[in-house]
Design a protein around this ligand. Structure first.
Ligand SMILES: [Ca+2]
Length: 448
């Protein structure tokens, strides 16, 4: 009898040990702005599943993307390193301004094969990985299947889908029935992957193409929002419908995790690759949007649900940045990162467990490029509540106290010259340490 009890208890012990090697579902939404979820402040877009995810997990109110545009953030998410260190600092292939004051450096337009992606780092720990959605880190020799992912559905060199409705004309995704909606299809494929891999550790990376342009959404959802009273800052019905489709996808993946009894040992992370596009949305009180040096360009939603460790409904105000998500996944997976490789990200485990803070003094950005969203070549640093932006064209700096001035309206650089000088030095030292590429004077500058 005692032996039988002991034996019966064994599987329980084994299953209790499982949370030590959790699964990961990582949603990366394209161009989703900081206030684009109901649980992050929207009074127009409806995101019940994401609100539920946040209520069951931790919401980060000061999460940042590693860059104000797409590809650099994606590279940072895959490697745990800053875009400046990777020399992958603009969206691929970037924006040409041949007559501008500064000449942009000769940057790297793909994720170098020598970099270790999350999928590659997790392989030795027995994980299988899938990338379902947008990749945008170089041509065929740099696609997800060449970077450690066993499954690649939709990942290619395109920065946006030619169409959100099938036929998609995406070379790595077979078309569905005519009229099938891309976000729904990506959700179908994500659920299919979960069903097929429920018995082994996995990383399911779901970088939805939504909510990037072109703004194309399902008719019935668009009509729903057309009938709805416009919100204070959000009014665009088709964009709202795109967000709702993303929310439905998250809901379907959450339901599949429940159904497959995987929810307790799966960490679900949800974030965006840069700020919202101002022609589609707004993220007040933040200043500007995608492609700008200000908070609207880089502050993004972040939700992490990890039932075995994260207190439901918790909120974290510590500033965190994209490469931290890679460091967190590496840390929780138990995969050993190469000790000779520098990671810029820090594991968020102490914040998630509410057991401590992060040993970090500052977060850095480096964008030696021009963008139609307003950015001219710049660098930025956030230390505590202070943020300094250095504009490389004229060497000017702006200084903001984000706690008192999240809208970056009051430039304090002249009022606090010592602080501005110290932060500029910190930024310059960091650039030297990571080998950041700088723009140079442009001999073809047209004087405008
Ligand atoms: Ca983007």
């Amino acid at each position: 009898m005692r032996i039988a009890l002991l034996l019966a208890a064994l599987p329980l012990v084994a299953s209790q040990a499982r949370p030590e090697t959790p699964n990961f579902v990582l949603f990366l939404i394209d161009d989703l702005g900081w206030t684009d979820l109901a649980c992050f402040g929207s009074d127009f877009y409806e995101t019940p599943h994401l609100d539920r995810l946040a209520a069951a997990g931790m919401k980060f109110t000061q999460a940042y993307s590693a860059c104000t545009v797409c590809s650099p953030t994606r590279a940072s998410l895959m490697t745990g390193r800053y875009p400046a260190r990777l020399h992958l600092t603009d969206w691929i292939p970037g924006h040409r301004r041949p007559k501008a004051r500064l000449k942009v450096p000769d940057w790297t337009m793909h994720l170098p094969p020598g970099e270790i992606t999350l999928a590659e780092a997790l392989q030795p720990a027995g994980y299988v990985s899938a990338a379902i959605g947008k990749w945008h880190l170089g041509g065929p020799e740099h696609f997800p299947d060449r970077q450690g992912f066993s499954v690649n559905l939709g990942g290619c060199d395109k920065g946006q889908p030619p169409s959100y409705f099938s036929p998609y004309r995406i070379p790595t995704l077979r078309d569905g029935p005519a009229g099938e909606y891309l976000t729904d299809r990506e959700a179908d494929e994500a659920v299919r992957f979960l069903e097929a891999n429920r018995d082994r550790p996995f990383l399911l990376y779901v970088p939805h193409h939504a909510v990037h342009n072109p703004v194309q959404a399902k008719k019935e959802l668009v009509e729903k929002y057309q009938k709805k009273k416009p919100g204070r800052d959000h009014q665009k019905a088709a964009y709202a419908a795109m967000i709702e489709s993303v929310d439905e996808s998250v809901g379907r993946v959450m339901a599949a995790l429940d159904r497959l009894k995987l929810a307790d040992r799966t960490v679900v992370l949800f974030t965006s690759d840069n700020g919202g596009l101002l022609s589609n949305t707004a993220q007040k009180p933040l200043r500007a949007g995608k492609g700008s040096a200000y908070e609207g360009g880089v502050r993004v939603p972040l939700i992490v649900r990890w039932p075995s460790a994260v207190k439901a409904g918790s909120v974290c105000e510590t500033p965190v940045v994209t490469p931290d998500l890679a460091a967190t996944i590496l840390d929780l997976s138990g995969a050993r990162a190469d000790p000779g490789r520098v990671l810029d990200g820090l594991s968020l485990a102490p914040l998630l467990r509410q057991s401590g803070g992060l040993a970090r003094e500052a977060i850095f950005w480096h964008y030696p490029h021009y963008h139609p969203g307003g950015a001219s070549p710049y660098g930025a640093v956030r230390e505590g509540d202070w943020k300094l932006i250095e504009f490389f064209e004229d060497g000017r700096a702006e200084l903001y106290h984000l706690k008192e001035d999240v809208g970056e309206k009051n430039d304090l650089a002249a009022a606090q010259p010592d602080r501005a000088r110290a932060l500029r030095k910190r930024l310059a030292d960091w650039r030297a340490a990571v080998g950041a590429q700088m723009p140079s004077p442009n001999p073809d500058y047209d004087g405008k």
